[in-house]
Design a protein around this ligand. Sequence first.
Ligand code: R5P
Length: 287
Amino acid sequence: LQIFSGNANRPLAKEIASHLNINLGRAMVGRFKNGESRVKLEENVRGSDVFVIQPTCTPVNEHLMELLLLIDALRRASAARVTAVMPYYGYAKQEKKTTGREPISAKLVANLIRTAGAHRVLTMDLHAPAIEGFFDIPVDHLQAGPLLAEYIRDLNLPKPVVVSPDAGGVGRANSFRERIGAALAIIAKQRPQPDVAEVLEMVGDVEGRTAIIVDDMISTGGTLAEAARSLKERGALAVHACATHGIFAGDATSIIEKSMLVETIVTNTIPLPPNCEGARIRVMSVA
Ligand code: R5P
C-alpha cells in the first residue's frame, strides 16, 4: 500500500500516512514555467495498491489537474490499483442544470477521474449524494456526521435543537439529531442572488434552546451567519455550527467572526485559510 498526495492538503495526507505507519510516497508535484502542472513519481509503484489524497479545493482547477496527472502517472507506472481519495469533491454544486445551456460539471469531473484511470473513489459528504452514481467505478462515500456529533454530544449543551439551514439538508440534520438526542428545526432559505443567503421561514421550536446548525460546507459563510442571526432573533440561547467542509471563500472567516456563532466546527478535509484565529473555528480531523 502506498499513499501519494498533491498540493491540496499535504498535512491531512501526512496524518493518514502516520496512522498507517508508512511514509508519504515521494513525488514532485509542481509547475512548468508556462503554468502547466507537472508531476513525477520518485519511487517504484509497480503492483502497488495506491491511494492519492487530494481534495479538489481552491484553487480547484489546479488541484483537479494535479489529481488527474498523479492518477495517470501511477497507471503508466503499473500501479495495480489506484484510489482517488477526494475528502472534498469540488464542482459538486453543479450536479444538475438549473437553467438551459449549462454544463453538469460534477459529472464531467467524474468522467475525467475515470478516464485518467482511477479504479475507485473515496470521498466525504458529497454536496449531492447522487454524484456517487456519476461514477461507474466503486465510490466509498464517508460521513463526518458521527465525528462532529460526538464532539457536540460531549459538550452537554442545554436543550439542544439541531437546525438544517435549508430544505436540502434535512436528512443530514435529522441523522445528526438522532445521534445526539435533540429536537429538529428547519430553515427555508432563499438565494436572491448567487452567494447571498436569506432566511425565509423557520419550522420548529428554538426558543430557550441551544441551536446547532448542521451543514455540509461553509463557502461565503452567509448561510451560517444569517441562520445564526435569525435563530437568536427567535430566542435561541446560543448558536453553534458544524460543517464537514470549511471552504471559507473570500472574507468568510471575518463574516463568521462577526456572526452570532459561539463556535464553528469543521473538519480538515480542506486546510483552513490563514488569519482566521478570531473566528472561533475548531477543526476535527478525519484522518
Ligand atoms: C447549500 O446548499 C449548502 O449546503 C451550504 O448551505 C452552502 O453551500 C453554504 O454556502 P455559503 O457559506 O456561501 O452560504
